[in-house]
Design a protein around this ligand. Structure first.
Ligand code: MG
Length: 384
């Protein structure tokens, strides 16, 4: 194996496949030690063969035989999330790309942190649900966390200009999603097809719905607070429909440093994997003469109540962001299944945040029980 050795949690999703694109462009820099998927067996097999991956994890037991049967005996095929948790700790792993969707990414990400691995973090729900525990463990075990989320990668890059100076404000940009210009009455009637049409970014279904509700931006405020130790009142969400500026940092003298680029997740992925190096990447480059103009708006919290709920969750703290995340996972799945309307998503989240038993300083066990409790509350609220 050559270069940095990578383990990818969630290799068949949008971030996972783009991570492998980066590896394909730089075979001398990276090799892949482990890939894991929930149930996309055919793609997992294809990836294992193309990238000569020695360890493959499939989480869905119903798919194990298909994966095992399609791969030569030299490839070790493992079943279940426990196997992923132990493989990310192997001495052969340098960087763990945490690209699973949702709360399910928390345990394997923590396992990697406990082994002191460098984490390329795409799984923002990990920090939303358990930011305090995750960041404390990352410090304790000396595991660096490099953000893959485009906004947080941008902030991380801008902060290189900070030196020892304090941050005055983080300007977290948001595209506004597909419903930015729609009236509320129309948004209320929108179904999955409309919500899945993101104007700028091609992403997985869960995060695309989170972008349509702007819950994603709320999650990103929480993610930024933990990653950069900046209180939420110093994080300003600004809608920027062109998605050219990926976020900005403002210092006390008024200077604002921004990171710009075409919307392409391979840049933050490659930077997180190769840090501190920047690798050459193919793909579109910004053409300033073709830019028609950059526009900025304040977010509309009436139309996008999920963003307000996220600010409320930060204010309350403790296990409330974890409950918010669990309720959102249930509601987004129900919305994608066509079982509920668009504004049932914030209604379900608000209900869970009100009804959950509050824990001010949750332990990891408290986080898991809050997730289960809020999931059950939300399922019964929505009747799913
Ligand atoms: Mg983002």
């Amino acid at each position: 194996m050559t270069g940095k050795r990578i383990a990818i949690l969630g290799s068949t999703g949008s971030i996972g496949t783009q991570t492998l694109d980066v590896v394909r462009q730089h075979p001398d820099r990276f090799s892949v030690f482990m890939i894991s998927a929930n149930s996309s067996a055919a793609l997992l097999v294809q990836q294992a063969l193309s990238f000569h991956v020695p360890h493959v994890v499939i989480c869905n037991p119903a798919k194990y035989d298909e994966v095992r049967g399609a791969l030569p005996p030299s490839v070790e095929v493992h079943l279940g999330i426990e196997a992923a948790c132990s493989l990310v700790q192997a001495p052969e792993v340098d960087v763990v790309v945490a690209a699973m969707v949702g709360f399910s990414g928390l345990r394997p990400t923590l396992a990697a942190i406990h082994a002191g691995k460098a984490i390329a973090l795409a799984n923002k729900e990990t920090l939303v649900a358990a930011g305090e525990v995750v960041m404390a463990d990352a410090r304790r075990y000396g595991a660096p966390i490099y953000p893959v989320d485009s906004e947080h990668s941008a902030i991380f890059q801008c902060l290189a200009a900070a030196g020892d100076n304090p941050v005055h404000l983080i300007h977290l940009t948001a595209s506004g999603g597909p419903f930015r210009t729609w009236p509320r009455e129309e948004i209320a009637k929108a179904g999955r097809e409309q919500a899945l049409k993101h104007p700028n970014w091609d992403m997985g279904a869960k995060i695309t719905i989170d972008s349509a509700t702007m819950m994603n931006k709320g999650f990103e405020v929480i993610e930024a607070k933990w990653l950069f130790h900046v209180p939420a009142r110093q994080i300003h969400v600004v809608v920027h429909p062109e998605s050219v500026i990926h976020s900005m940092v403002e210092f006390e003298d008024g200077a604002v440093i921004a990171q710009l680029g075409c919307p392409d997740m391979r840049l933050p992925i490659a930077l997180a994997m190769a840090y501190p190096e920047r690798l050459p990447l193919d793909g579109k480059r910004l053409s300033f003469s073709d830019l028609k103009g950059l526009t900025f708006f304040e977010p509309d919290l009436e139309k996008f109540p999920c963003l307000q709920l996220a600010f409320d969750a930060i204010e309350k703290g403790g296990n409330i962001p974890c409950a918010m995340n669990a309720a959102n996972e249930v509601a987004v799945a129900a919305f994608l299944a066509g079982k509920i309307g668009f504004y049932d998503i914030p209604r379900c989240i608000a209900h869970a945040m009100e009804r959950i038993s509050f824990i001010g300083n949750p332990s990891l066990d408290d986080i898991f029980s809050t997730h289960s409790e809020a999931t059950a509350l939300s399922q019964s609220f929505l009747g799913v």
